[in-house]
Write a protein that binds this ligand. Structure first.
Ligand code: 4AD
Ligand code: MG
Length: 463
């Protein structure tokens, strides 16, 4: 493919003495009457290529001296050792074509470091900064590694629907999808909106999870995984929640909770190792400028994960002298302060919490013999809290019907799901990895809005 060479490749194995072509955007320019030094970056790495342009170039006075940050250029030149400090090699330009000008008086990004809060106001431009481009490279590496991991273990990727009628998690946090005229809504005799007249002839929403559909295919073709966007209308203004986020959801037939946890742990360790191996410069950047403890935290991820049951975790949390904002007693859901206490204070590493009370978990989880808990597992990551939620599914028809009744899940709407228990049901399990939380873990960034290019959160879709 005739694409220009990327700057990270040129810098990692510089062919000194050869003529090359590079393209990119200027991070900065130092101009004088006779010579200009241009810092060219193409987003392939943190370090730019220094381009040296002198007055022998025909457009030196007319164009090159007017270049400024953000201008896009194509350079042909001779790659040579740099006589000056600061870089090993530089490109002595033989031609510079200005592909796109920029107005320095209006361009909002300067060479100095901007705060992440300020950059959030410029989602369309912030990818040009080191923090966001490093995040992007790590995100890309993680995404590809997810596919590598599952494909290597013969899972098939399943494209589950984005528009759905089922509320998998049962939390009622779904965005409605409609083509009805909002200024003139058709009503039923009872005065409610008549979705029978809507596009799908019924109420439809954006999916909160691809799990239920993944179960159908896992029971047809073997292990599958979905990796897609999911949507939650939960009004959580935290640094861990997005209204639109990406989830990795494997679903495995002939699988119990123990094997499910093993797969999840192996997957996380594979992902961590892939980023350490493939993005060392970016990890180093985040370790230096964002989170000094990042390298140590990633090391801990390579060790075996700790296990604790929900009931034991509650006991341990009750025994500490630490005061929590949310009271802790058997039956309550763990809050992020509790999760972080378990990972950061008690275990000092990732923890898998199992066997949660059935009342705080969705209808599809398998009931344990005690009648009170379900075969659930959440993986809690240091400084993040819950990063994976998973379970063994209730594969027995009658207990599932009972749970659906208890949770007020419509038998009629989920009859297709019950079919999976009627025709060749098998024990099966799966989990969901919050992809952005994984990017948080790998970068040490503290806010989930900074690990997705265009964040969607309550109260604001910036672009
Ligand atoms: O625990 P959750 O709700 O589990 C499910 O959706 C299951 N159906 C998964 C499965 O078994 N196939 O969500 C899974 C993970 C959470 O652990 C968290 O990492 C992430 O998704 N997550 C969010 N990430 C960002 N913003 C939000 N609002 C999130 N809600 C959940
Ligand atoms: Mg969960």
């Amino acid at each position: 493919m005739p694409l220009p060479q990327r700057i990270n490749e040129i810098l990692s194995s510089p062919a000194i003495g050869t003529h090359i072509q590079v393209t990119g955007w200027l991070r900065s320019c130092r101009n004088s009457k006779e010579i200009s030094f241009l810092d060219l970056n193409d987003g392939s790495g943190l370090t730019g290529l220094q381009v040296v342009a002198d007055k022998t170039l025909p457009n030196y006075e007319s164009e090159i001296q007017n270049l400024s940050t953000a201008c896009a250029i194509t350079v042909h030149g001779l790659l040579q050792e740099s006589p000056a400090k600061g870089q090993a090699v530089e490109l002595l330009a033989t031609t510079i074509e200005i592909v796109g000008w920029s107005n320095p008086a209006l361009y909002p990004l300067q060479k100095k470091r901007h705060s992440l809060e300020f950059l959030r106001t410029l989602p369309h431009l912030r990818g040009r900064t080191n923090s966001l481009s490093a995040m992007m490279r790590i995100r890309n590496c993680l995404s590809f590694a997810v596919h590598r991991f599952f494909q290597h273990h013969a899972f098939q990727q399943l494209h589950t629907p984005i528009i759905t009628t089922s509320d998998c998690e049962g939390a009622g946090e779904m965005f409605t999808v409609t083509s009805l005229d909002l200024d003139n809504l058709p009503k039923t005799a009872e005065g409610q909106v008549s979705f029978a007249e809507d596009f799908f002839s019924q109420h439809a929403s954006l999916t909160v999870s691809g799990q239920l559909e993944a179960e159908a295919y896992a029971l047809a073709v073997g292990p599958v995984y979905t990796f897609g966007p999911t949507f939650r209308a939960e009004n959580s203004h935290t640094s861990r929640h997005l209204a639109e986020f990406w989830m990795v959801e494997p679903e495995i037939p002939f699988c119990d909770l123990t094997l499910d946890m093993e797969i999840a742990e192996e997957m996380m360790q594979f992902l961590v190792a892939a980023v350490i191996e493939e993005c060392p410069d970016d990890i180093d950047f985040f370790s230096r400028f964002v989170d000094k403890k990042l390298a140590m935290r990633l090391e801990v991820m390579a060790r075996p994960f700790h296990h604790i049951t929900y009931s034991d975790a509650i006991n341990q949390l009750q025994q500490t002298t630490t005061k929590f904002n949310y009271p802790i007693n058997w039956g309550v859901d763990l809050q992020s302060e509790h999760e972080k206490f378990l990972t950061d204070e008690i275990f000092k590493g990732p923890v898998i919490v199992t066997d949660y009370p059935k009342n705080i978990k969705p209808f599809y989880m398998r009931c344990n013999d005690d009648g009170k808990t379900v075969a659930a597992m959440d993986i809690l990551a240091p400084s993040i809290g819950e990063i994976i939620g998973g379970s063994q599914r209730e594969e027995r028809l009658t207990p599932l019907e009972q749970r659906m009744a208890e949770c007020h899940v419509s038998r009629q709407e989920y009859d297709w799901y019950l079919d999976l228990r009627r025709f060749g049901s098998v024990p099966h399990a799966g989990f969901g990895l919050g992809f952005e939380r994984m990017v948080l873990l790998m970068t040490g960034l503290g806010n989930i809005r900074d690990v997705i290019p265009f964040p969607r959160t309550p109260g604001g879709v910036a672009r």
